[in-house]
Design a protein around this ligand. Structure first.
Ligand SMILES: Nc1ncnc2c1ncn2[C@@H]1O[C@H](COP(=O)(O)OP(=O)(O)OP(=O)(O)O)[C@@H](O)[C@H]1O
Length: 455
């Protein structure tokens, strides 16, 4: 790792998006739209996000001193830890990555690999930035794509009049099924393999540069492809927008977004404490992984193939159940870097009822919408929902507590038959009653062995 300041970090910070202007209270109420309960955790992440905005308002010298207060979420599986962090990132339009800390204890991993977290985050950010910038050039790209399509349909040398005629037909959607031959970028085939050289951060860079050189030497290969006019739209739009994008700008904005707004969710942090180290053997020592993670969280500079990335202001949200280990079993330095502790509670039957019905994207809404596409109306009676919540809570207590994930498995089983036959049942109205819940799922749950596999 180097400590020099990267060029990208001197790039202007990404513009402060609307989401940052939200107060913590507003952020919490936004999270409330998707996640039931867990007030403490929502408040903590809301403050962390607002602090980023506050930091941006400070004079330069002070701004560089203010480091994010990282968060440790403690709570059983499936109670909303990841979901809160993911929703927060979405709200902030921030690059977000979830990674299991235990991944780095697996055989074959070497210490430096924790830096792949930053590399992956940069890739995600480039993708997001490109999508955002593509929108900005959309109108121009649309015109260019249309011209290319018209040329492909009537030939580049056709008269303006003919071209205008086809352009009108295109706009009226009259040529959707027509096949056309297009010269498109050949995206596959030229990728050179990349590899990490252990102990040499940034070694990947060399390989990729070779790739760039070969890519340029052989030119960006194109290939003729036959597609329908309808299918050509997305392909041409992607190519034409990218032509209008300044690749350097995409990369520098993406890196700035990672440095200023990135959020990393480090799951299973409790499993890399010494106390949970019972297997020993070939696994990289868990404490070793904590030591590797420390510089990332404390702030360092990581070499990626797109340039240097400072990690100082990335927000880390670590999470774990801490059934066996305690937060105090983490390395003291790491504990110090995760100063905000929040506990998430296990979910009750009442919570399940609310999770089924309240969130805007609740499972019930999703299934109703899916069946709606087949003209099948699914109706969940209040009693039916009660029965589902009861059953999910019961299976969690008898088989294994997987939190709200249980609702997914129970609903999937309940609706399997309907889902399979829905295409032939257009126009029907199907009510989910407690009897149906008991018959289709309740019976399975009575058999502990069976439910282990099926539910
Ligand atoms: N409080 C909640 N409100 C609404 N949905 C929830 C809640 N808790 C969990 N879910 C849903 O359950 C699923 C799993 O939740 P999530 O991924 O947040 O679990 P987690 O707590 O991070 O567990 P793990 O540590 O195992 O990753 C998601 O689909 C999520 O939407």
């Amino acid at each position: 790792m180097t400590t020099s300041h990267s060029k990208a970090s001197e790039a202007p910070a990404p513009e402060v998006t609307g989401a940052y202007a939200f107060s913590p209270r507003e952020i919490v109420s936004e999270l409330d739209r998707y996640i039931v309960g867990q007030r403490e955790a929502k408040r903590a992440v809301a403050i962390a996000l607002r602090n980023r905005w506050r930091r941006q308002q400070l004079p330069d010298d002070l701004r560089d001193e203010v480091l994010p207060k990282n968060i440790l979420m403690i709570g059983p599986t499936g109670v909303g830890k990841t979901e809160i962090a993911r929703r927060l990132a979405k709200l902030a339009q921030a690059p977000f990555l979830k990674v299991e800390a235990t991944k780095f204890t697996e055989v074959g991993y070497v210490g430096r690999d924790v830096e792949s977290i930053v590399r992956d985050l940069v890739e995600i950010s480039i993708h997001m930035t490109r999508e955002r910038l593509r929108k900005a050039v959309r109108a121009k790209a649309e015109l260019n794509a249309e011209s290319r399509l018209v040329d492909a349909l009537v030939g580049a040398n056709a008269s303006q009049e003919t071209k205008d005629k086809f352009r009108r037909m295109l706009r009226d959607g009259k040529l959707g099924d027509r096949e056309v031959e297009l010269e498109l970028q050949d995206s596959g085939g030229m990728q050179m393999p990349t590899m990490d050289v252990p102990g040499m951060p940034g070694a990947q860079m060399g390989m990729i540069n070779l790739n760039d050189i070969f890519g340029k030497a052989f030119g960006n290969r194109t290939r003729k492809r036959k597609v329908t006019v309808e299918d050509s739209y997305d392909l041409l739009m992607a190519e034409e927008s990218d032509k209008l994008l300044d690749e350097e700008q995409v990369v520098s904005e993406a890196i700035a977004a990672v440095e200023q707004n990135g959020i990393v969710f480090l799951d299973e942090i409790d499993k890399i404490t010494a106390r949970s180290d019972q297997r020993g053997g070939a696994d990289v020592s868990r404490e070793g992984v904590q030591r590797d993670l420390l510089p990332l969280i404390e702030g360092t500079t990581v070499a990626t193939k797109h340039g240097q990335v400072k990690t100082d202001f990335i927000l880390f949200v670590a999470s774990g159940a801490f059934h066996l280990a305690k937060p105090a079993d983490l390395l003291p330095e790491l504990q110090g870097r995760l100063p905000i502790r929040v506990e998430l509670s296990a979910l009750s039957r009442e919570d399940f009822k609310r999770i089924l019905t309240e969130p805007e994207n609740s499972l019930i809404r999703q299934y109703r919408a899916l069946m709606g596409t087949e003209e099948v109306e699914l109706v969940f009676s209040d009693e039916g929902i009660e029965a589902l919540a009861d059953l999910a809570a019961e299976i969690n207590s008898t088989v294994e507590n997987i939190g709200a994930r249980r609702l997914h498995t129970v609903l999937e089983k309940l609706l399997e038959e309907i889902s399979f036959t829905a295409s032939d049942r257009g126009g029907e109205r199907i009510e989910i009653t407690p009897d149906m819940v008991r018959e289709r799922v309740g019976i399975l749950s009575k058999d502990a062995d069976l439910s282990k596999f099926i539910l």
